[in-house]
Design a protein around this ligand. Structure first.
Ligand code: PMP
Length: 406
């Protein structure tokens, strides 16, 4: 495989940092990824050379910043294979994207008594917005439960769909367990009943090649910061046929066509959904992050991360005190586990002192923790800049944690 992790590590300045005088071992990539120098430099470059509010500017800087922003939109469009740039909307992140879709879709399509199917595996960001709109319109959120491996069953989904189902929403990959969900099958089943599907891709876009046209999904959302880009920028892909019909989410800025005191007409897609001054600097830097990922190749990334997952899994399996939470057959490079008799927070605190960053707690998926009847997990999530040597250090760290707590 054409993959030299040591060369790649040189691209990420933070990986040279010392934590408590120990080399940083960053295994919290599902929460946010580190940024390559190309992305950091791009942010500095835009503020240094091109900063100006975009759209409708007559002067050079505004035109330049607008062009770079729209180029970034095309980079995203090509990366996910959207049919048109009209179907690529920039948001602040996955959460804002889901809130936008939930609110705007519900305003147009959800009525009293309707049902919204939400999987039990969801991040709060893909549950709470649907609870809010369900309450507002008198609709019901229907739980699609997962099995004890952390997998969703198509048969169960089929049993939940009925004439009242208006939309199905599910993540591509679970953030707390790493399960890769069978979204192709989900979308096929839903479409056979003319039900649209929203995919929360926050944990997939950085690990798996996504082709929204091949998937035929109706909506797909993700955050820039999980794919080596900046915080504060995210993407909605939406089929034009839905977006055209859906009302604007917020008002003001470039989302208008004409405004009078009596009436406002709205801009065309995608601008109809981009109210206010857009986060053009981070949009441009997200484009740079995607170019960087493409230069390595998402399939190379997936293969190497899978190697890391299998290595870590085998290594941690040799520790008898470890209980794995979420053992799906198809997983991204996320391992969630507990150590018998030791609180995840205590383990995480000790690992931190060794320079090892893992995430502990509920991972914004309290219903997932409730399913397993636990109060949290230790989650190690790997990116393509991590190494097997670092996983050995995690193993050693966990042994020390167990020794310490007796
Ligand atoms: N969905 C999933 C599956 C996530 O992992 C996250 C972030 N942890 C989100 C949604 C929300 O993303 P953001 O906080 O970037 O809006």
């Amino acid at each position: 495989m054409n993959f030299d992790v040591n060369t790649i590590r040189e691209d990420f300045p933070i990986l040279k940092e010392k934590i408590y005088n120990k080399p940083l071992i960053y295994f919290d990539n599902a929460a946010t990824t580190q940024k390559p120098k190309a992305v950091i430099d791009k942010i500095v470059e835009v503020y240094t050379k091109y900063n100006s509010n975009i759209h409708r500017g007559v002067h050079y800087l505004s035109n330049k910043a607008t062009t770079l922003t729209e180029e970034a939109r095309q980079i995203v469009q090509n990366f996910i294979n959207a049919g048109s740039e009209k179907e690529v909307i920039f948001t602040r992140g996955a959460t804002e994207g889901i809130n936008l879709i939930a609110n705007s879709f519900a305003e147009k399509y959800i009525n009293k008594g309707d049902e919204i199917i939400v999987s039990e595996l969801e991040h709060h960001s893909n549950l709470v917005p649907w609870q809010l709109v369900a309450k507002k319109y008198g609709a019901k959120v229907i739980k699609w439960p997962f099995n004890d491996k952390g997998e969703l069953s198509i048969e169960v989904l089929k049993s939940l769909i009925n004439d009242k189902t208006k939309i199905i929403t599910v993540n591509h990959v679970s953030n707390s367990l790493g399960t890769i969900n069978p979204i192709e099958d989900i979308i096929k089943i839903a479409h056979s009943k003319s039900i649209p599907v929203m995919i929360d891709g926050a944990q997939a876009i950085q690990h798996i090649a996504v082709d929204v046209q091949a998937l035929d999904c109706d909506f797909y959302v993700f955050s820039g910061h999980k794919i080596y880009g900046p915080t504060g920028i995210g993407v909605i892909y939406g089929k034009e046929k839905w977006l055209e019909q859906m009302p604007p989410y917020q008002g003001g800025g470039e989302m208008i066509d004409t405004v009078s005191f009596e009436e406002t007409t709205f801009n065309e897609l995608p601008f109809k959904f981009e109210a206010g001054t857009p986060n053009y600097v981070d949009t441009i830097a997200l484009g740079e992050a995607i170019k960087y990922v493409e230069s390595i190749g998402i399939d190379n990334i997936a293969a190497y991360e899978h190697e890391l997952l299998e290595y870590a899994q085998k290594k941690l399996e040799t520790i008898p005190q470890i209980e794995f939470i979420g053992t799906a057959t198809n997983k991204t490079s996320v391992i969630s586990f507990n150590i018998k008799g030791i609180h995840s927070f205590d383990a995480g605190t000790i690992l931190d002192k060794m320079g090892i960053a893992v995430r502990t707690g509920t991972h914004c998926t309290e219903p997932v923790m409730q399913h397993f009847n636990i109060n949290g997990t230790i989650r190690a999530s790997f990116a393509f800049y991590n190494t097997k040597e670092e996983i050995n250090e995690l193993y050693n760290g966990l042994i020390k944690v167990i020794e310490l707590f007796g």
